[in-house]
Design a protein around this ligand. Structure first.
Ligand SMILES: [Ca+2]
Ligand SMILES: [Ca+2]
Ligand SMILES: [Ca+2]
Length: 154
């Protein structure tokens, strides 16, 4: 019985120190990611992330996109990402950084601004990691990204 208790205690210590993401968040490189199980429109999805000290995900590298794809492919439903072109049509920015997209991975024929009303970035497993511009008022699942705090320098 004592050994069982010790195993549990040691296990808890290991879990707490192996990474600094909160429960329910997934660690990848320098960030923690939250894949929602509720659906919201794009604005409210971003607000949800901010309440949890994060932003809708900014996918800035092919490696980060591959991670997101690997998580999304086993789930059903579309996911909001943190990009939009609502300030200037056709100019896509990440909301978390206000940076214009450097890396992009839009699907064939996208972004198409269908009916002049698609300004928010999303993906879904059927797109195999590619992105689509969707209608911002649609309720979708969403992905938050929280940057891990860097080491204190100086
Ligand atoms: Ca990122
Ligand atoms: Ca648009
Ligand atoms: Ca589209």
């Amino acid at each position: 019985m004592l050994s069982l208790v010790l195993i549990i205690i040691v296990g808890c210590v290991c879990g707490a120190t192996s990474q600094s993401c909160h429960q329910g968040w997934t660690y990848y490189q320098k960030s923690c990611y939250y894949f929602s199980d509720i659906t919201l429109d794009w604005i409210n999805a971003g607000a949800f992330c901010q309440v949890h000290h994060s932003e809708l995900v900014a996918i800035e590298t092919q490696a980060e996109n591959a991670f997101i794809e690997s998580e999304v492919k086993n789930r059903t439903g579309g996911y909001w990402l943190g990009g939009n072109d609502s300030v200037t049509e056709g100019v896509w920015e990440w909301t978390s950084t206000d940076e214009v997209f450097d890396y992009t991975n839009f699907g064939p024929g996208e972004p198409n601004d269908s009916n002049g009303g698609e300004d928010c970035l999303m993906t879904v497993s059927a797109l195999n990691g590619k992105w689509n511009d969707g209608i911002c008022s649609t309720s979708l699942l969403f992905i938050c990204e929280r940057m891990k705090e860097g080491p204190v320098i100086g």
